[in-house]
Write a new protein. Structure first.
Length: 145
């Protein structure tokens, strides 16, 4: 979960330092290269240290950050070639029709897609919790929760 929201940590800079002067998608936290380098470093650590748990966690974190960028690319203008190119890529555009500006995204069909993804995650989580045998049984030696 942390990796999927990590690229948006730049919103703090966007609102409190930059004064909303440029899209937060133009910051390095929205560069695919950033997440690719993190993934490469975590794979290197995994290969060199043979201590898998933490390195695998970092791999998942980096892949989740990249997933964020893929999902942002639906309507979010991601610079897939940054910092080498300023060209923005998105599958669809959100036209400005409403004020305040954020309503244009909330009322766009792509927001429904985001809600479906969240609903799917909740359903999977609930299904996993309701599956018998996944919980720790006293005296079974199973340390998984």
């Amino acid at each position: 979960m942390a990796g999927t929201i990590a690229p948006d940590i730049d919103l703090l800079y966007f609102f409190f330092v930059d004064g909303r002067q440029q899209s937060h998608h133009s910051y390095f936290t929205h560069y695919p290269l950033t997440w690719g380098v993190l993934l490469a470093v975590s794979l290197l650590i995994r290969y060199r240290s043979r201590k898998g748990r933490l390195a695998i966690l970092f791999c998942v974190f980096a892949l989740s950050g990249m997933l964020h960028l893929v999902l942002d690319s639906v309507v979010g203008d991601i610079r897939w070639l940054a910092p080498f190119s300023d060209h923005h890529f998105s599958l669809f555009s959100v036209t400005t029709m409403y004020s305040p500006w954020g309503m244009n995204f909330i009322l766009h069909w792509s927001f429904g897609l985001e809600l479906l993804i969240c609903l799917w995650a909740v359903v999977l989580w609930q299904r996993q919790r309701a599956t018998p045998g996944d919980k720790m049984l006293p005296g079974s030696g199973n340390n998984c929760v």
